[in-house]
Ligand binder design. Structure first.
Ligand code: ATP
Ligand code: MG
Length: 877
């Protein structure tokens, strides 16, 4: 059975059990800063699990792309681990529980109509305290007791939020894959004979902040099965890598490198690692991640470097080759994941560039390694530091064994322990960064079962008459609230937009009989109602009362201008920079807009100008917006841009600006682009690897921005005493004047030096038969002293020279000796050393030129005199 058939069967099976099929979410988590990558089928469904959002259908099934970097060391070594894999999942959000989950898993696995595994080869593990699961497997399904294992580990808990016991299903692959006499050779042990294919998690407790575990009000089912593992069993092959998901990649790599699969263990590991990593690389780039130095970008860079290294070291691939495998990944996966086909060219380009860069880096790394080796030898060390080896590993992608090989050739060892320590420190940092976040919210809250309808009328009306449907004070329903209190309010109809899709919520007031309340924030309840956070200024707010709800119109209009401008900007960026530009986040506020998007380098001034012009052209065109509702499939067919990772219902809202921009969007927009008035980019900067951020303003804010910029120009004009138009020419002229003045200063310095030399020449005395010049040069810095010393050597032909000065409360000394005297044993180093000692300092240098510093300026005359004393002693040779 082909892998693609397994996917289809999975979705068909759960559809037949009333599940809604959700498409795979992108690998980059949407609105979830706690996760680096989507790493399980449940990850993109978290808002359903912790009750933030109530799904239309509580039964969901999916096939989800996942990345797990913590399994990287296993890749290529075990038969079953990948960094990128597909997880098949079925989920119940407060609907069915253990019984159905177990029965359906069994039916899917064993019925010949579906997967048709041999029942006798299946065994399971359960949590020791989960008697219900044990009974279901044993009595209802009929698995004999000796094939049900109780494991303490079978409890799924990631910190705060839903958690509970789990049951795992194993397929017995037989003795061929393990040593049956090994005690680890059992389900859940370290072995490859019993292959874990499916994990069913019964999330039935709430892990609270205080460490208590009360039962969940709504119990959930979360299951995950590995597509690649199913395929290896159904295709009856040795490992996941021998299935149709990997073989074409491995075969193509063999062709490129001129090697054969299954002839040599080391080659096979390399082929498997490469086949694994290229899938992770292709899919993550396809989802908008670019190689970089931090976060996801760094993960991708490391995977790519690891693959290149295996290619180079084991397969002898000395030139970029990974990019040539991207197309094969597309061929295998494209029917289910269109993104890897649609963006193939872009993906290839990114991989190729990164590979080329890495080959350069490798060469740089070798140079650094050579330096480390040199330094170690010079310092008389017998091995390289652990920290050095780690730096090579971390920064240049040099694996420890490569560093060791190279060091060994040079007769050196490597401090392995130090390396491991540095590695562990980095891991600890990564863990700490993950841990505090990888939890969900605690399920519950007063509004989780509140289903009274509330209608949003704010697309057309900014003022409505409404009835107060509910008031909450500190998450408890109350009947009224008085002046000074801050409460949450649900209205039967509301003009207030609740923060979503990047657009901030509306502000305004609620008025009623003696009542005035200020709306500060609006968010969405689990069942979608808008919840207004209000502070009561006057009077009393009562449940059931009639109120007038009023949005501040100017603020909303400013927000609308920015929202429509954001859509125009998105399209203009795609036109100017290319189709790889994708929205990575946005903020639409009344005073500004912020747009984050994938792109690999800083925009040039020309690109920014081109984007601004395109957006403004759309504004000048005065295009009417068309906002309609239609089925998702239809919207996609007309080319609507869907927001990365956003979940949509079956019927979507489509915002169209002529033929220019078509986006799925629930936000508020102007009716005609001319209302935006003016668009201006304020800044463009890097946010993370491969992600850029633009901040921009529209309408009045854009005008004020330009006014301020012009003010600066006028200020500059006044300073250089010119009109605004003349400012650039005037600055050029000033710069030319400055250069001319600098040249004059340099010439004058030269002349002064000559005069100084004339004067100094008169102060030469002879000590023994050595002409000596020892003098103070007032106000000279070190460079000047050296310059004069050089000049004096030429001028005097044969002399020992010692010059000193005082600068910044310190003594500067320079000594110089002409070659004839150097030959006779006179040393500038010795002279300067003696002189420095006399004024409390130290220094040295070559026999012909040396410099030093001293601490005590009052001792400068003594220092200069010391030269005479030194030369008066008989010379050594
Ligand atoms: P294992 O112990 O084999 O690493 P796991 O306990 O980490 O598996 P779960 O987190 O329960 O796995 O994930 C559910 C299913 O996803 C597993 O039963 C397996 O089929 C699949 N799976 C998990 N990790 C990987 C991986 N790195 N590569 C391929 N499939 C995986
Ligand atoms: Mg695992």
């Amino acid at each position: 059975m082909k892998a693609s058939e397994i996917r289809t069967k999975w979705l068909q099976f759960f559809e037949s059990k009333g599940h809604r099929i959700e498409p795979s979410a992108p690998l980059v988590p949407h609105n979830d800063p706690s996760l680096l990558w989507i790493n399980a089928g449940m990850a993109p469904l978290k808002p359903y699990f912790d009750g933030r959002v109530v799904p239309e259908n509580p039964r969901i099934a999916n096939v989800q792309k996942c990345i797990r970097t913590n399994d990287i060391e296993n890749v290529g070594k075990t038969r079953r681990h990948h960094t990128f894999f597909e997880m098949l999942g079925n989920f119940s959000i407060g609907d069915y529980f253990k019984e159905e989950a177990i029965e359906w898993a069994w039916e899917f696995l064993t019925s010949p109509e579906w997967i048709g595994f041999d029942k006798d080869r299946l065994s399971v593990t359960v949590h020791p305290e989960d008697e219900e699961a044990y009974r279901l497997w044993n009595e209802k399904i009929g698995i004999p007791a000796e094939r049900i294992y109780k494991l303490e580990d079978n409890f799924w808990d990631i910190g705060e939020g839903p958690c509970g016991p789990c049951t795992e299903i194993f397929y017995d692959r037989g003795e061929k894959y393990g040593d049956l006499s090994d005690p680890e050779c059992r389900p859940g042990g370290e072995n490859e004979s019993f292959l874990e294919v499916w994990n069913l998690v019964f999330s039935q407790y709430n892990h609270n902040k205080d460490g208590s575990y009360p039962p969940l009000p709504n119990k959930n089912i979360d299951t995950g099965a590995g597509l690649e593992r199913f395929a290896s069993i159904l295709q009856d092959v040795d490992s996941n890598f021998d299935t149709d998901l990997f073989q074409p990649i491995i075969q193509e790599t063999c062709r490129i490198a001129g090697v054969k699969y299954k002839e040599n263990e080391e080659t096979d590991v390399a082929l498997k690692v490469i086949a694994d990593h290229i899938r992770a690389i292709v899919f993550s780039i396809g989802d908008g991640v670019l190689p970089g130095n931090e976060g996801r970008g760094y993960v991708i860079r490391r995977l790519l470097r690891r693959a290149v290294r295996y290619g180079k070291a084991v397969l002898g691939a000395d030139r970029p080759f990974l990019y040539r495998l991207a197309g094969v990944v597309g061929d295998i996966m494209g029917s289910h994941y269109t993104e890897v086909v649609e963006r193939r060219e872009f993906i290839e380009r990114v991989i190729r560039r990164e590979e080329e860069r890495f080959h350069e880096t490798l060469n740089d790394g070798l140079a650094i390694l050579a330096q480390f080796v040199d330094a170690a030898k010079k310092a008389g060390r017998s091995s390289l530091d652990g920290a050095e080896a780690f730096k090579l590993y971390d920064t240049y992608g040099f694996p420890l064994d490569l560093t060791e090989d190279y060091a060994r050739e040079q007769g050196l060892g490597v401090d392995r322990e130090g390396f491991e320590r540095a590695m562990e420190e980095q891991r600890a940092r990564a863990r700490a960064a993950r841990q505090d976040a990888e939890s969900m919210r605690v399920q519950g809250g007063a509004l989780s079962d509140f289903t009274v309808k509330s209608e949003f009328v704010g697309y057309t009306d900014l003022v409505t008459q409404s009835t107060v449907a509910a008031i909450l004070h500190e998450d408890a329903f109350v009947d009224f609230a008085g002046a000074g209190e801050t409460v949450a309010v649900v209205l039967d109809r509301t003009p207030f937009y609740a923060e979503s899709g990047g657009q901030v919520s509306d502000g305004g007031v609620l008025r009623g009989d003696g009542l005035l309340a200020e709306v500060k924030d609006v968010s969405k309840a689990p069942h979608g109602q808008h919840v207004h956070l209000v502070t009561i200024k006057e009077g009393v707010l009562k449940k059931g009362a009639r109120v007038t709800a009023e949005v501040v119109p100017e603020v909303r209009e400013a927000t609308e201008k920015n929202h429509t401008a954001t859509h125009l900007l998105h399209k203009a960026l795609k036109e100017v920079l290319g189709g790889h530009v994708n929205q990575a986040g946005s903020l639409v506020a009344p005073d500004r807009l912020r747009f984050d998007f994938s792109h690999f380098s800083a925009m040039t001034a020309e690109e920014i100008a081109a984007v601004e012009r395109k957006v403004n052209e759309q504004i000048w065109a005065g295009t009417e917006l068309a906002i309609t509702h239609m089925p998702l499939a239809e919207a996609k067919a007309i080319g609507a841009t869907a927001l990365f990772g956003e979940k949509y219902g079956d019927i979507v809202r489509v915002v169209r600006v002529g033929d220019y921009s078509i986006e799925l969007c629930g936000g508020c927009h102007v009716r005609n682009t001319s209302q935006i008035g003016l668009f201006k980019i304020v800044s463009e900067s890097g946010l993370a690897a491969g992600v850029r951020r633009i901040e921009a303003v529209t309408g009045k804010a854009a005008f004020l921005h330009l006014e301020a910029q012009l003010g600066l120009l006028q200020e500059a004009a006044a300073l250089v005493k010119a009109s605004a138009a003349e400012v650039p020419r005037r600055i050029e002229a000033l710069q030319a004047q400055l250069r001319e003045a600098q040249r004059e200063i340099d010439a004058l310095r030269g002349k002064i030096g000559e005069l100084e030399a004339e004067q100094l020449a008169g102060r030469v005395r002879t000590v023994g038969d050595v002409p000596l010049l020892a003098a103070e040069v007032k106000g000279a810095d070190m460079d000047t002293l050296r310059g004069i010393a050089d000049r004096m050597k030429l001028k005097l032909g044969s002399a020992a020279i010692l010059l000193g000065s005082v600068q910044g409360g310190k003594v500067l000394l320079v000594a110089a000796v002409t070659p004839d005297l150097v030959k006779r044993g006179v040393s500038a180093g010795a002279i300067v050393k003696e002189a420095a000692a006399a004024c409390g300092g130290g220094g040295g240098g070559r026999p012909d030129m040396a410099q030093a510093g001293g601490k005590d300026p009052s001792k400068l005359p003594e220092a200069l005199a010391s030269a005479e004393r030194l030369l008066a002693k008989p010379l050594q040779s």
